[in-house]
Design a protein around this ligand. Structure first.
Ligand code: FAD
Length: 319
């Protein structure tokens, strides 16, 4: 069990947790050990993690309505001291990053953030991860016994549901952090159920779209192409025109579709690291020097308001 080296995975988002379980299982298959999912949520969440291929679920119980994910840090630290896992992979959400940072401080480790790839090479674990806000990739060989890392959506592949044998769900003690954030207000945020990782075609709206209502044009294009609509960060954070689940990049989703179609996207590196594995890249931009064109297989220089309606017409005409 613990001595064989457990690969721990944690995310408060069940979909991302399933991906981390898949990634950890791939590493465990190469080097041995078992995958333990940490769950701080209702019992069905623990059962879901078991069904997505964890060998074991360490269940910290169900949080009270005013409890935040961040409060699990002391529990994780105590559990890590007792079970001495090989690695702790944490989903790189806002909350997940806060947990990773606090846990690293408690365990006197450094956290390897924004992992793009984890693999065994020449007998040791190597992590390729983004630094400088996605501006560069660093390859690190962790020297500490325990690897602590964060990875976002789309880095690892989830296993099919009900993969593996039935996992045991082990209740783990919740350690009171001794501090409490005060919950003042809860606001509903529309949650998008989109899974950009699974999309084969993606139309990505950028800041070149002048008004929120103009997104309808890109939605038309997406429909004509059978594509999902996505965006750059400013449209999802700041303008709030589309939900956060729809933005691509270092702090958003990593996608690998057959077609990425960027419309009014400049192609800053923080965005392109999330779409650089697309099979075919097409882009429309009125600036011929836009960096997105360096990645594009099909580069169209022009005004999106003139080009996109023509394209939709042509696509519809073909059907
Ligand atoms: C730490 C950090 C993390 C970040 N993470 C992310 C991330 O995960 N994802 C992300 O997307 N960004 C991220 N960013 C922001 C990123 O640096 C860029 O600012 C952002 O990607 C730019 O979005 P954009 O291309 O839509 O806008 P802009 O850079 O403003 O580009 C708009 C483009 O539209 C073109 N255009 C304008 N009008 C038209 C028209 N009518 N027709 C055709 N083209 C037109 C312009 O020529 C321009 O190239 C991050 C930044 C930092 C500092």
């Amino acid at each position: 069990m613990a001595d064989d080296g457990e690969w721990w995975v944690f995310s408060e988002k069940p979909g991302l947790l399933a991906e981390l379980i898949g990634g950890a299982q791939a590493l465990a298959a190469q080097t041995g050990g078992e995958v333990a999912a940490i769950v701080f949520g209702p019992r069905p969440e623990a059962e879901q993690a078991a069904a997505r291929g964890a060998d074991r679920v360490l269940w910290l119980g169900e949080p009270a309505p005013d409890q935040l994910v961040d409060e699990i840090v002391p529990s994780l630290a105590q559990l890590a001291a007792a079970r001495r896992p090989r690695a702790i992979l944490i989903g790189a959400t806002r909350r997940g990053k806060a947990v990773a940072g606090r846990l690293a401080a408690r365990l006197n480790l450094s956290a390897i953030t924004d992992v793009k790839e984890l693999a065994y090479e020449e007998g040791s674990l190597r992590a390729r991860h983004l630094i400088f806000g996605g501006g560069a990739v660093r390859v690190e060989q962790p020297r500490a016994e325990l690897l602590l890392a964060t990875a976002g959506q789309g880095i690892f592949e989830a296993l099919p549901a009900r993969a593996g044998g039935p996992a045991e769900i082990v209740p783990a003690p919740f350690v009171d952090p001794g501090w409490r954030l005060k919950l003042r207000e809860r606001k509903e945020r529309p949650i998008s159920q989109v899974n950009l990782n699974a999309a084969r075609r993606v139309v990505c709206a950028g800041r070149g779209v002048a008004r929120q209502e103009d997104l309808a044009l890109l939605e038309d294009l997406a429909r004509a192409l059978g594509a999902e609509i996505a965006c750059t960060r400013p449209l999802a954070e700041g303008l709030n025109w589309l939900p956060r689940e729809r933005y691509i990049g270092v702090s958003g989703a990593n996608i690998h579709p057959d077609l990425y179609f960027g419309v009014g996207v400049s192609g800053q590196v923080q965005h392109t690291v999330g779409m650089s594995e697309s099979r075919v890249v097409a882009a429309v931009n009125k600036d011929r020097n836009a960096p997105i064109f360096q990645q594009a297989d099909y580069a169209v220089v022009g005004d999106l308001y003139a080009l996109v309606p023509e394209l939709i017409k042509a696509l519809k005409g073909r059907k």
